[in-house]
Design a protein around this ligand. Structure first.
Ligand code: NAD
Length: 240
């Protein structure tokens, strides 16, 4: 088992990529603490699970410190749809708070314990949308995910000598409940699905489980020589 003996703390583990990671981590022997804004979605997961809003800094700090994770997975994120002239200050602040600031806070809560115990692995979920490719109507989302990549690299560099590894995963389009909500919101669901499939040269969207395989690797000691990287997993989208 690739994660035996490791404690893992995961945000937004109720559905989609976060849930697949929680399931994969448990299968690989990790002691998983799975959290989500919506506690109902956490049913059926192994390990400890409870409701946590990652924008609530005091609750988040208490929860991360109590879990004392060896692996921290920051999965919470929201996709704002719209171009610059459709976007408001509130949209911008909400995305930055949920997608970036939450990771800033969980890492601040997890790092001291990881350093004291001699090491740890942090896996932040970013996206290829932002600084790797531009996606239509994703200006706020892209800015937030580019910030995740910058935060990841900087924290990795600053704590590399303390045994801490910090990487981020940059998925292309992945099958998840919120993806289907976004497709429905575009009007013609079938046409939107076809267009989203076509963005990947592989001609399909990815599965949450495919992202979870990479998250298992990055959390495990197999990835001991990898830090500060934006790991792209996108069916070939970013090859151009
Ligand atoms: P999703 O969007 O379907 O589910 C998101 C989960 O986050 C839900 O369970 C929700 O309850 C939870 N959540 C929302 N607000 C929260 C909060 N304040 N605190 C805690 N939890 C909260 O899942 P997904 O599409 O797999 O997305 C997961 C992550 O992957 C996000 O960061 C997203 O930006 C990123 N991502 C997704 C895709 C994709 O195509 N699905 C692609 C690239 C990156």
């Amino acid at each position: 088992m690739r994660l035996a003996g490791k404690r893992a703390f995961i945000t937004a583990a109720g559905q989609g990529i976060g849930r697949a990671i929680a399931e994969a981590y448990a299968r690989e022997g990790a002691d998983v603490t799975a959290t989500d804004l919506n506690a109902d979605l956490l049913q059926g997961l192994l390990g400890t699970s409870f409701a946590l809003d990652v924008t609530d800094k005091p609750a988040l700090t208490r929860a991360v410190e109590a879990a004392a994770p060896d692996i921290l997975v920051n999965c919470a994120g929201f996709v704002h749809a719209g171009a610059l002239l459709d976007a408001t200050d509130d949209d911008f602040d909400f995305a930055m708070t949920l997608n970036v600031r939450s990771q800033f806070h969980t890492m601040q809560a997890a790092l001291p314990g990881m350093i004291n115990r001699g090491g740890g692995s942090i896996v932040n979920i970013a996206s290829i949308a932002g600084s790797i490719v531009a996606a239509p109507n994703r200006c706020i989302y892209g800015a937030s995910k580019a910030a995740v990549i910058g935060l990841t690299k900087s924290v990795a560099l600053d704590y590399v000598t303390k045994g801490i590894r910090v990487n981020c995963i940059c998925p292309g389009t992945v099958d998840s409940p919120s993806l289907h909500d976004r497709l429905r919101a575009m009007g013609d669901y079938e046409a939107a699905l076809q267009a989203f499939n076509a963005r990947q040269p592989m001609g399909r969207i990815g599965t949450p489980q495919e992202i979870a395989h990479l998250a298992v690797y990055l959390g495990s000691d197999e990835a001991a020589f990898t830090t500060g990287q934006a790991h792209v997993i996108d069916g070939g989208w970013a090859t151009g």
